[in-house]
Every structure is written in structure tokens, then in C-alpha cells.
Design a protein around this ligand. Structure first.
Ligand SMILES: [Zn+2]
Length: 110
């Protein structure tokens, strides 16, 4: 959502939301999880506070810091989803490639 169209925060009911993210998961009641990033309510959450700081300072308008913004949003999303006992599963590390010693690589029979 664009900041001009954000609703009031559902927790403090003030117009202090910086971002809202609709998650592809539901809560224990079957409602779609909607994460809110609020300048007032999220100061005690490390990733949310870092995102708030970024967005309320020059970082939020500096395109050269887009990668930093992306990483902060991912951390905020992980932190927010953890409150609903959802977590992001990291992909498995790359598997080692086996090579046969002393022979050139062979073309598979298919
Ligand atoms: Zn709030």
C-alpha cells in the first residue's frame, strides 16, 4: 500500500503506519495475516524499529539504498511472521558436486 492510502494502525488507531504487508498465510482464526509497521507501536521490535528508522530518515528516499531497504523489509517480515509462529525456511545449502578422480567427466547415458 502507498503511504498516502494507509489506514490507521489497528493497535494504536493513529495515522502512524509506514507500511502494511498482506501475507500469504492465515492466523489461528483463518484470517489473512496483515503486518503493520507503525512508528508508535513497533519501537520495541528490532527489525521493525530498524525499518522505521530507515523509512523515516533519508534512507526511505535514497534509491542507492534499495538493497538495504529490501533486506530490512525481509527482516521485518520475518519478525512479524514469527509472532504468528510462521517462519521463512531458508533454502538448503548447495550440495557438493561429486567428481570421479582420475577420469574425465562422462556424458550421462540419457
Ligand atoms: Zn500503532
Amino acid at each position: 500500500m502507498r503511504s498516502q492510502t494507509l489506514p490507521a494502525c489497528s493497535r494504536c488507531h493513529q495515522d502512524q503506519l509506514l507500511s502494511v504487508a498482506n501475507m500469504p498465510k492465515t492466523d489461528a482464526y483463518g484470517r489473512r495475516i496483515q503486518l503493520e509497521l507503525c512508528k508508535v507501536c513497533d519501537t520495541d521490535k528490532p527489525a521493525a524499529a530498524a525499518s522505521t528508522n530507515f523509512l523515516t530518515t533519508a534512507g526511505g528516499h535514497d534509491l542507492s539504498r534499495a538493497e538495504e531497504a529490501s533486506q530490512l523489509m525481509i527482516k521485518w517480515t520475518r519478525e512479524g511472521m514469527a509472532a504468528y509462529v510462521w517462519y521463512w525456511e531458508d533454502p538448503p545449502p548447495p550440495q557438493p558436486v561429486l567428481h570421479r578422480r582420475g577420469r574425465a567427466a562422462q556424458t550421462p547415458p540419457w
